[in-house]
Design a binder for this molecule. Structure first.
Ligand code: GLY
Length: 357
């Protein structure tokens, strides 16, 4: 069992506990943090049949009264209507300020449960129990919570850190290939940001074989970035590598293209653009694109530059007539670059044409 400490500021600090079998030890791990009382487990219809009973048994063994709510799995549930259903469930279950929530699932479950925890009774404690690679390597750590609005992804939310993240890589054994791909894209992203140790693992494309080490390295990197900039006004914005274009692809596809596939294409497009702008060396650009392909991830999109730019500009990362994009220089060295919104379309255009081999 490994612990990574995440500094979110004084009493808001928390640990990520990583280890096979920790799912069955949640009750004992959480009781010093939650105290006594009731726990509402929020999950989805994919995860509930797999892990809900094991989690409930562990929590009940530690003396908790447990209730649970499962909403339909998928990004289409990450909206205000599901948030409202969760809040009504918490109220009907009579959760009080001394009770707590456990989010059992992937990024959608974690983001919406954290949002519910942050606004129910003006904030109750919650823990993240990720079950997808994406949630392990990215979304469960860092305290971002959100729902999507019609205008775009994650447009409503809070920074609201959990009291613990309990990450059992054993949960990955049931993960369907297409959901694994979502996490693979975030792992490649973190490899590009953090450097050779992680990148050389992910570029082999053997994500499942190396999952535990990849998870540890991604969480270590994310913990460092969150400690520097919890509220995403500085270096945390680097974690959005590939996401400006990626979110545009998701939005334009009506969310039929998964987050991971969209982010993968977004990373490839912005990396090619950086190479054409003379910012990224061609050798590293080729390695990054090869790593995405080795993980069976897309590196292209059929959407055109003007529609991608327009969709990207509805994203929350825009500030007035400026937007900050993330451009790789080399593996392990990416840069935040503020551009005029009018420049975005041309930059995306540069990233859409394949590189000469
Ligand atoms: N998913 C990017 C972040 O947590 O900042």
């Amino acid at each position: 069992m490994k612990k990574v400490h995440v500094k979110a500021g004084g009493s808001r600090d928390y640990d990520v506990t990583i280890g096979r079998g920790v799912l069955d030890r949640c009750g004992e791990l959480l009781s010093p943090l939650f105290g006594g009382g009731k726990i509402a487990v929020i999950t989805d219809t994919n995860v509930a049949p797999l892990y809900l009973e094991r989690l409930k048994c562990s929590l009940m063994r530690a003396g908790y009264e447990v209730c649970s709510f499962a909403f339909p799995a998928g990004e289409q549930s990450k909206n205000l209507s599901t948030l409202s259903d969760i809040l009504e469930f918490l109220a009907e279950s009579k959760l009080s300020r001394t009770d707590a929530i456990v989010a059992l699932g992937g990024g959608v479950v974690g983001d919406i449960s954290g949002f519910a925890a942050g606004c129910y009774l003006r904030g109750i404690k919650y823990a993240q129990l990720p079950t997808t690679l994406l949630a392990f390597v990215d979304s469960a750590v860092g305290g971002k919570t959100a729902v999507d609005l019609r205008a775009g992804k994650n447009l409503a939310g809070l920074f609201y850190p959990p009291v613990a993240v309990i990450a059992d890589p054993g949960c990955l054994s049931t993960l369907p290939g297409e959901i694994l791909a979502d996490g693979a894209a975030e792992s490649v992203k973190t490899g590009v940001l953090s450097g050779e140790e992680l990148f050389s693992l992910v570029e082999q494309g053997k994500i499942m074989e190396n999952a535990e080490r990849i998870i540890e390295l991604c969480i270590d990197y994310k913990a460092k970035i969150v400690a520097l900039d919890e509220f995403e006004s500085g270096p945390r914005r680097l974690l959005n590598l590939g996401h400006t274009v990626g979110h545009a692809i998701e939005l334009l596809s009506g969310y039929s293209i998964s987050h991971g596939c969209a982010v993968s294409a977004g990373i490839a497009i912005i990396t090619r653009a950086a190479a054409r702008l003379g910012i990224c060396c061609y050798a590293d650009c080729k390695r990054i694109i090869a790593a995405l392909k080795a993980c069976s991830l897309p590196t292209e999109t059929h959407f055109r530059a003007p529609e991608l730019a327009e969709a990207a500009l509805s994203d929350k990362k825009r500030s007035g007539s400026k937007i900050t994009i993330i451009l790789p220089r080399t593996i392990g060295n990416c840069e935040l670059v503020e551009i005029a919104t009018s420049e975005l379309c041309g930059i995306i255009e540069k990233g859409l044409c394949p590189l000469e081999e």
